[in-house]
Design a protein around this ligand. Structure first.
Ligand SMILES: Cc1cc2nc3c(=O)[nH]c(=O)nc-3n(C[C@H](O)[C@H](O)[C@H](O)COP(=O)(O)O)c2cc1C
Length: 201
């Protein structure tokens, strides 16, 4: 069975740029890793639309998913359990990551634990502050985030504004402004797979 990777779209507002950036990353990976080698599933936090954390307990103290009170937590637990590694595609909001992704992480613990993760951020300067903070939180749930992260930088303010309005950024195809980032994304994905394979040895 090829490894199953979850690609998490971390922004949740309407409109937004997150899904097209997720597609760009997915397509870049597919150029060097065909579908027979890895399964990549998009997990869109806007579709999950989890309420603000409302379990009464602390997931790290639970020993089974049966202990979750709410159906949405049980479904989220099943989704995260079925993937072996994750790519977090996150914007930077006010020097941090969006609340939606912290909320989604906090719902679970054992489902994340031990799994490799790649952080891809985007923003006017590449979203590096959000990426650093997210990486620390992933370590908190005992994930194994790669040291290498990808920071996708909007080339100018006009593009940040277009992204904020959810306009088509024309990322796919040879004319896109992040064409040169594809190689780095593929290399980082290779490290993610290597982290998984290292674990199985
Ligand atoms: C609330 C908010 C705060 C933002 N703060 C930053 C920021 O600190 N740095 C940055 O580079 N871009 C910032 N931006 C611009 C985002 O990079 C841009 O809007 C992007 O489209 C957000 O991703 P999304 O469309 O997937 O939500 C911010 C956007 C929003 C909506």
């Amino acid at each position: 069975m090829p490894p199953s990777i979850g690609l998490i779209i971390c922004s949740q507002r309407t409109p937004r740029a997150g899904p097209q950036i997720g597609t760009f990353i997915h397509n870049a990976i597919r150029e060097s890793y065909p579908a027979e080698k890895t399964t990549i599933t998009t997990i869109d936090l806007a579709e999950w639309n989890l309420p603000l954390y409302n379990e009464s307990g602390m997931p790290s103290r639970f020993s089974s998913a049966d202990e979750y009170e709410h159906e949405h937590t049980k479904a989220w637990s099943r989704e995260i359990s079925r993937h072996e590694a994750f790519i977090f595609v996150t914007p930077q909001y006010n020097w941090g990551y969006p609340a939606s992704v912290k909320n989604a992480i906090d719902y679970l613990f054992h489902e994340w634990k031990g799994k490799p993760a790649l952080v891809v951020s985007y923003g006017g300067h590449g979203g590096g502050k959000a990426a650093e903070q997210l990486r620390q939180v992933l370590q908190g749930v005992r994930m194994r985030p790669l040291e290498r992260m990808i920071g996708l930088k909007f080339p100018e303010m006009k593009e940040v504004e277009r992204a904020a309005r959810g306009e088509d950024l024309g990322l796919d195809g040879e004319g896109g402004y992040w064409v040169g980032e594809r190689e780095g994304i593929q290399a980082a994905f290779g490290e993610l797979i290597a982290a998984l394979e290292g674990e199985k040895e």
